[in-house]
Design a protein around this ligand. Structure first.
Ligand SMILES: C[S@@+](CC[C@H](N)C(=O)[O-])C[C@H]1O[C@@H](n2cnc3c(N)ncnc32)[C@H](O)[C@@H]1O
Length: 346
């Protein structure tokens, strides 16, 4: 029996605007669309930045967008990413595939001229479809291969901190303003020595003293590693994991990076210290659910007397949930953000 995939208007428009493939089809960041394309009998592979999306895939996964892994691809169906930089990186990588055509769709309200321009940096012809159901696609063809300038790097002068970012990495090569508030009190976070004296370091043999949950460009990981912590960085985004690793290397520190959904794989009651600037979006929509889920997962993973240091937008309803972990205090605040410290009861 043929599985029917739930396609939203963007997916349907991409499919309807798609030319008949003559080779392999690559679907990017669109698990439902990938399933539908596979069910049509097209030779399909898929790439997802998000691990959560990747787990929905029913066609073979491509781990990276390189000439080798994209051999035979002639058509790319793509959900436009949130950031123009992410699209720019996709354009740079896809343009290395000879003769490839791209059909990239999104909601009209999230599309900008910058997206056409990003595609036009590497494709000779870029045109927009007529809109339908508040959605639109961009067609790109005539790839013009060139160099890839990702990950990009920049130095934060205040923190004397080199930062790396892929196109889809949260905050790019900048320090996020919320993260900067957390950084301003990072000297009050228990040191690696204190964590060790408490006798609560994450599972041997790696023996981490701290987890950076949702590590993004690796700002917090690098600073904590510079301060002597043995850091495990977790993020579900490929663009984040790769960036965190490059940031750590640029700072001359060692950070273990894993692509994971929140704290999966981390034993309950095992973590002495978690720092986190949780996500507040799902795709392009503001949503507090992922942040609440991270708080709950931190509550599960923290060791007795273990600490969660969280920064979040001041309007978000996180305080009651944090108090379920244990004693919670506000360590810093400004008009936009709050930094809290929650200590798990013993
Ligand atoms: C607000 S950003 C913070 C990034 C970085 N720590 C910083 O301070 O700039 C949240 C990060 O959480 C990641 N994230 C979102 N959902 C996640 C999940 N379920 N598991 C792990 N990471 C997740 C995002 O990819 C993003 O990098």
């Amino acid at each position: 029996m043929r599985v029917v995939y739930m396609l939203d208007p963007v997916d349907r428009l991409i499919l309807d605007e798609s030319p008949e493939p003559t080779g392999r089809v690559l679907v990017i960041d669109a698990p439902g669309l990938a399933g539908e394309v596979g069910a049509r009998g097209w030779d399909a592979v898929a790439y997802c930045d998000s691990l959560l999306d990747e787990r929905l895939l029913t066609v073979p996964v491509v781990e990276e967008l390189t000439v080798g892994s994209l051999a035979g691809v002639d058509l790319v169906l793509l959900r436009l990413p949130k950031s123009v930089a992410a699209l720019e990186e996709y354009a740079q990588r896809l343009a290395l595939v000879p003769g490839v055509r791209v059909v990239a769709g999104g909601r009209v309200k999230h599309m900008t001229r910058g997206m056409n321009e990003a595609l036009a940096t590497r494709f000779a012809e870029v045109s927009a479809s007529l809109g339908r159901q508040k959605s639109r696609v961009l067609h790109a063809s005539g790839p013009r291969p060139g160099g890839i300038d990702f990950p990009r790097t920049a130095r934060d002068a205040d923190l004397d901190l080199p930062l790396a970012a892929h196109g889809g990495t949260f905050a790019g090569t900048r320090v996020d303003p919320g993260t900067r508030l957390l950084v301003s009190v990072l000297d009050r976070v228990p040191s690696a020595t204190v964590v060790e004296e408490r006798g609560t370091s994450v599972s041997k043999p790696s023996n981490f003293t701290c987890i950076d949950l949702g590590s993004g460009n690796g700002t917090l990981s690098a600073l904590l590693a510079r301060a002597g912590h043995r850091v495990l960085a977790l993020d579900e985004s490929r663009a984040a994991c790769l960036a965190t690793a490059v940031t750590a290397a640029a700072n001359g520190v060692s950070v273990e990076v894993r692509r994971a959904d929140a704290l999966e794989g981390v034993a309950p009651g095992s973590v002495p210290l978690i720092v986190c600037n949780p996500p507040f979006h799902v795709g392009t929509a503001k949503d507090s659910a992922p942040g609440l889920a991270m708080i709950d997962d931190a509550a599960r993973a923290l060791a007795p007397r273990g600490e969660l240091w969280l920064v979040f937008n001041a309007h978000l309803p996180y305080l009651p949930r944090l108090r379920r972990i244990g004693r919670t205090e506000i360590v810093a605040r400004n008009p936009k953000f709050i930094v809290t410290r929650s200590v798990r009861g013993s």
